[in-house]
Design a binder for this molecule. Structure first.
Ligand code: NDP
Length: 297
């Protein structure tokens, strides 16, 4: 293996430390405690784990955490009423509705009912538009975490060829916008892309957000390229049990790449750290306070 490992776990700890420092300052100087409300509808086990982890890390960073757990059959009107209450609540600076929602609820409508300045997931259509036009916005947590790691490793990304594999609204598209904002030449690829290996071979930066275990082999990677693996896939181990793997084949890619994020311990921890960063950023913007440096795009 020749690639340098980009340690997302350590980086996330550093980001959480910066958030906690800023929270302390806001509390002492302004008497304000940033607050994050997380709304979970139903009992999806993976979502429950994420929500618990988000709540714990929010409190550890010195912020208030408000969890709202609703039954799986909660009506759209009741959910919208809760969001309206949270929008009006002065103690709440960030609102996150855990996705996916049960099928009878309209996800777009729900997300777009969150006040844009409290939309710490960055999925509200206003924030999507602001990001797309290069204006100050709330930035989706996973791509923001990827960008922070890339900036930390490379310094400037200007002029680099970046290939994003995947065009989802939560990862692929905002990732491409962020890379474009940092003056990369960006190609977005997807399931209909012709000759994906050739496209990826031209990349100085590869961001894989596909949801297919170990899909990208080392021989697609340009020697020395930086590989950011967003994928989280649980696969069966031959000896029984399961393990997590990314969207790239770690062993063969690490042989060729200049730097690579592992799974687990890469993008995953950065996502929650960026949620905390977005909450403190939202709090600062709402109250007209100085924003923490280096914690947004
Ligand atoms: P989606 O399923 O929404 O999007 C997957 C994208 O991959 C689509 O654009 C799809 O193309 C594309 N794709 C599928 N198959 C291929 C293929 N064979 N070749 C090229 N492109 C392909 O997934 P998400 O963006 O939500 O998530 C992607 C991965 O990232 C998942 O493993 C998920 O678990 C993980 N994830 C990790 C997070 C973290 O915190 N680390 C946070 C969010 C997601 P098309 O549009 O044409 O169908």
């Amino acid at each position: 293996m020749s690639a340098q490992i980009i340690d997302g776990k350590a980086f996330a700890a550093k980001v959480r430390g910066q958030v906690a420092e800023h929270v302390t300052r806001i509390k002492e100087e302004n008497g304000i405690t940033p607050g994050l409300a997380v709304v979970l509808v139903g009992e999806d086990p993976a979502s429950q784990v994420y929500v618990r982890s988000k709540g714990k890390q929010t409190v550890e960073a010195g912020m208030n955490s408000y969890e709202h757990k609703l039954d799986a059959d909660t009506s759209q009107d009741d959910l919208l009423k809760l969001i309206a209450d949270l929008n009006a609540d002065k103690d709440v600076h960030g609102i996150l509705v855990q996705l996916p929602l049960p099928k009878h609820l309209n996800e777009d409508l729900v997300i777009n009912s969150i006040a844009p300045e409290k939309d710490v997931d960055g999925f509200h259509i206003s924030n999507v538009g602001l990001l797309g036009t290069g204006q100050k916005s709330m930035v989706p947590c996973t791509p923001l975490g990827c960008l922070m790691m890339l900036r930390d490793y490379h310094g400037s990304l200007s002029g680099m060829n970046a290939v994003v594999i995947g065009r989802s609204n939560i990862v692929g598209k905002p990732m491409a916008q962020l890379l474009l904002g940092d003056s990369c030449t960006v190609t977005i690829t997807h399931s209909r892309t012709k000759d994906l290996p050739a496209v990826v071979r031209g990349a100085d930066i590869v961001v894989a957000a596909v949801g297919r275990p170990e899909m990208v082999p080392g021989d697609w990677i340009k020697p020395g390229a930086t590989v950011i693996d967003v994928g989280i896939n649980r696969i069966d181990k031959p000896e029984g049990g399961t393990r997590l793997v990314g969207d790239v084949d770690y062993a063969s890619c690490a042989d060729v790449a200049g730097a690579i994020t592992p799974v687990p311990g890469g993008v995953g921890p950065m996502t929650i750290a960026c949620l905390l960063a977005n909450t403190v950023t939202a709090c600062c913007r709402i109250h007209g306070l100085v924003e923490p440096e280096g914690l947004t795009a």
